[in-house]
Design a protein around this ligand. Structure first.
Ligand code: ATP
Length: 324
């Protein structure tokens, strides 16, 4: 592989708290190793348009505590086509970038995998998504902050739920996976957790809700937005029809789960990922994702992270089953 002198870094797909800490770590590790570091703004869209800026040590000062991403992010249809990727490659060559670090989720890594097959440009992935649904890493940047946001919100909802003896269905993010719902549900002491990975939970839950309602006890049920039973509002409507006497409410936490200052865990993990990503590039690695397994940094082939499905933690499933 040719000697690496200039690298690009960008954020892509949904934003996640902690992305800035990763950008900071990549920039500073690169500069410390004598590299020039460039930020590609607005994900693959900015790559296609050549929206590329030099990052200095000081550019990334004071951002570690900020949510969102200073490089902005985007979803880019044009990059899904061969011509779009050719345009993106031309821009990388114009700026003389020798390698790129992508911070994002499985869609972003799919794009990187395809592009690195078509063009001679090394990609390293850093997992950044609040969903934590990436194969090959125990944690993705933003997941811990999102969990804490959910816990904080649900604690507040519980105050009003218990005052009025209400049942609340609280919808959290997770289109195809229940990582956020499962872990935050345990942390909140939820009375029910509905996630795509657990089948037939609603029938069991209804029995429990009926029992609690008879005793005038409030209940909180966390629903992953991709649950097989439907969206929280639909589940609440169906339950209300079956139990007209229940006082049922729905809250969709939505985008507040994406925002906010990253937790210490996300900041440190993002910093570790950023340092490890530059180290990997300097070590002539390519097409890998930096991940965390049992609190150790690991390298996972990028194509594996997009092909293989990450299962929710079995121990947490058992804990939820015992404690609810
Ligand atoms: P999140 O998990 O937060 O949604 P993500 O990285 O999975 O993050 P996506 O919107 O799925 O977010 O993907 C981000 C971008 O990656 C897309 O807008 C597109 O530009 C690129 N991408 C996704 N899938 C492909 C693909 N099959 N081929 C080429 N590029 C892709």
């Amino acid at each position: 592989m040719e000697e690496i002198k200039k690298i690009g870094v960008f954020t892509s797909g949904g934003d996640a708290p902690g992305m800035n800490a990763a950008i900071r770590a990549v920039t500073r590790t690169g500069i410390r190793n004598g590299l020039e570091v460039f930020g590609i703004r607005r994900g693959y869209q900015g790559m296609i348009e050549g929206d590329i800026v030099k990052l200095e040590y000081s550019t990334v000062s004071g951002i570690i505590q900020q949510g969102g991403t200073i490089l902005h992010t985007a979803r880019c249809k044009e990059f899904m086509g061969v011509e779009g990727r050719q345009k993106a490659y031309n821009q990388l060559k114009k700026f003389k970038l020798d390698a790129v670090i992508v911070i994002g989720g499985d869609g972003s890594f799919t794009g990187a995998t395809i592009m690195s097959k078509e063009h001679d440009i090394p990609f390293i992935g850093i997992p950044g998504t609040i969903d934590n649904d990436l194969y090959g890493t125990d944690y993705t940047i933003g997941y811990d902050t999102a969990l804490n946001t959910v816990v904080c919100a649900v604690d507040k909802i519980r105050d009003t739920a218990s005052s009025h003896d209400r049942i609340f269905f609280v919808e959290v993010m997770g289109k195809e996976a229940g990582f956020v719902a499962l872990r935050s549900g345990i942390a909140c002491g939820a009375e029910g957790i509905l996630i795509p990975e657990l089948k037939g939970q609603l029938a069991r839950l209804k029995k429990l809700l009926a029992e609690r309602a008879r005793q005038n006890k409030s209940s909180i049920v966390l629903v992953a937005e991709g649950d097989d039973e439907g969206r929280a509002i639909d589940i609440a409507t169906k339950t209300q029809k079956e139990f007209p006497k229940f006082d049922i409410r729905t809250t969709i936490l939505g985008h507040i789960q994406r925002g906010g200052s990253p937790t210490a865990f996300d900041r440190v993990t993002a910093s570790r990922f950023g340092v490890a990503a530059v180290d990997a590039l300097l070590d002539d690695q390519k097409s890998i994702m930096i991940g965390l397994a049992n609190n150790e940094i690991v390298h996972v082939p990028l194509n594996k992270t997009v092909k293989l499905h990450k299962e929710v933690n079995k121990e947490l499933l058992e804990i939820a089953d015992i404690l609810i």
